[in-house]
Design a protein around this ligand. Structure first.
Ligand SMILES: C[S@@+](CC[C@H](N)C(=O)[O-])C[C@H]1O[C@@H](n2cnc3c(N)ncnc32)[C@H](O)[C@@H]1O
Length: 332
C-alpha cells in the first residue's frame, strides 16, 4: 500500500534542500564577492514597456529567485501542505495512489510542468515511490538543482527532469495521467491565445480521462488588492523593493523588483508581468483548449498556504491568494 499523507513526513530539509548559503556558495552566475554595483534603471515612466518578452529567462535563471521567493518555494513544510491540499481532490488522490496491476511494469506517470527546482516532484517521490515522476522547466539553473537534490535523495530512478520551454513538452501524446502546474506558473504569456496554446500542449500529452491541476493566482482578487509599492527584507543583508501597476489594458499585473545587498548596492533591477485571470476567464481558456473544468466556479478551492505559512510573511505578491483549478481531458 502506498503511504498516506498522515504517515509521511515533510521532505527532509537537511538532506534535500540547500540553504541560501549553500546556494550562494555554489552559485557561479550571480553575486560574486567582487560584484561591482549594478546599474539601476532609476525612475521609469512606463514600466510595462520595460518588460522583456521572455522575462522568465532572467527572473528564474539563477539563485536569486530562490532567495526572494524562498520563504514559500524553499520551505518543505509549505510544499508538503500543498501536496496535502492536492490530496483533498479525489481524482488526484487516486492517481497518486494508483498502483499498476500485478505483472505490469507500466507506472502511473505524472508531469510537473514549470517545476522550478522540483520541490513537488521530490516530495511526491518520497511519498509515493511507485509513481513515475517528471519535471520540466526552462531554467537550466533550477533543473540542475532539482537533479542534484534528486541524486542526494536517491530518487533519480523515479524522478527525472528536462529543460525546455513549456510550449514544446518533450513527451509523447497521451502519456500522462496527471499534469501539475504549481506555484503560480500559468499566465506568463502576454496574450490569452498564447496561454490557451499552452493548455492545448498540456492536452496533447495527457491521456484521455487524465487530469490537470493548476495552482494559479486569484486574478480577480489581485486586480483590486495588489500593493503598488512595497519593500521586503529577505534577510539581514538583502532587501527587495517592488513596484506594481496594472497594464494599460488592465489584464496584466506589471511588477518591478529592485534587489539590493548591503555593502554592494543594487544587484538586480527586473521587470515582469502576468495575466490576471478570474475563474470564469480561466474556465473559458480551458474550454477553448479542448479541456473540461471539473469544478463549478463557486466550488474552486483557495490556496492560501503560502500566505498563511510563510515565516517571513511580508510581501507575497502573486503568491498571496491562489486558486486550485482542476481540469480533465475528455475520454475519446
Ligand atoms: C514561480 S516558479 C514556480 C516553480 C514551481 N512550480 C514551484 O511551485 O515552486 C515558475 C516556474 O516556471 C518556469 N517557467 C516560466 N516560463 C516558462 C516557460 N516558458 N517554459 C518552461 N518553464 C517556464 C520558471 O523557470 C519557473 O521555474
Amino acid at each position: 500500500m502506498p503511504p498516506t499523507l498522515n504517515q509521511a513526513r515533510p521532505y527532509d530539509n537537511s538532506v534535500a534542500f540547500l540553504t541560501d548559503k549553500d546556494v550562494l556558495d555554489n552559485a557561479t552566475n550571480i553575486i560574486p564577492p567582487s560584484l561591482p554595483a549594478a546599474i539601476c534603471y532609476g525612475r521609469v515612466k512606463d514600466p510595462e514597456s520595460c518588460v522583456p518578452k521572455a522575462w522568465w529567462k532572467d527572473v528564474f535563471g539563477d539563485n536569486l529567485y530562490l532567495q526572494t521567493d524562498g520563504d514559500v518555494v524553499e520551505d518543505p513544510e509549505i510544499t508538503f501542505e500543498e501536496i496535502r491540499l492536492l490530496e483533498t481532490h479525489e481524482p488526484i488522490r487516486s492517481i497518486f495512489q494508483s498502483v499498476s496491476p500485478s505483472g505490469s511494469t507500466e507506472r502511473t506517470r505524472i508531469l510537473d510542468l514549470c517545476c522550478g527546482q522540483g520541490r513537488h516532484v521530490l516530495q511526491l517521490a518520497e511519498l509515493y515511490p511507485h509513481l513515475e515522476l517528471h519535471g520540466h522547466d526552462q531554467s537550466q539553473y533550477l533543473i540542475e538543482l532539482a537533479q542534484s537534490r534528486a541524486a542526494v535523495a536517491d530518487v533519480s530512478g523515479r524522478a527525472s527532469f528536462t529543460i525546455g520551454d513549456c510550449r514544446a513538452i518533450p513527451h509523447d501524446d497521451n502519456s500522462f495521467s496527471l499534469v501539475m502546474v504549481m506555484g503560480n506558473s500559468f499566465g506568463y504569456f502576454a496574450t490569452d491565445n498564447a496561454n490557451a496554446n499552452l493548455l492545448k500542449e498540456i492536452r496533447r500529452i495527457l491521456k484521455p480521462g487524465g487530469f490537470v491541476v493548476m495552482d494559479i493566482p486569484d486574478g480577480a482578487y489581485l486586480r483590486k488588492n495588489f500593493s503598488a509599492r512595497g519593500w521586503e527584507w529577505i534577510d539581514d543583508t538583502m532587501i527587495v523593493c517592488r513596484e506594481r501597476e496594472l497594464s494599460k489594458d488592465k489584464r496584466r499585473l506589471i511588477s518591478r523588483e529592485v534587489v539590493m545587498l548591503t555593502g554592494k548596492g543594487v544587484i538586480r533591477d527586473q521587470f515582469y508581468e502576468e495575466c490576471l485571470y478570474d475563474l470564469a476567464e480561466v474556465h473559458q481558456l480551458v474550454r477553448e483548449s479542448g479541456l473540461v473544468p471539473e469544478q463549478r466556479v463557486e466550488d474552486v478551492e483557495e490556496n492560501t498556504i503560502g500566505r498563511d505559512m510563510s515565516k517571513r510573511g511580508e510581501d507575497l505578491g502573486m503568491m498571496e491568494n491562489r486558486h486550485l483549478v482542476l481540469v480533465s481531458k475528455p475520454l475519446l
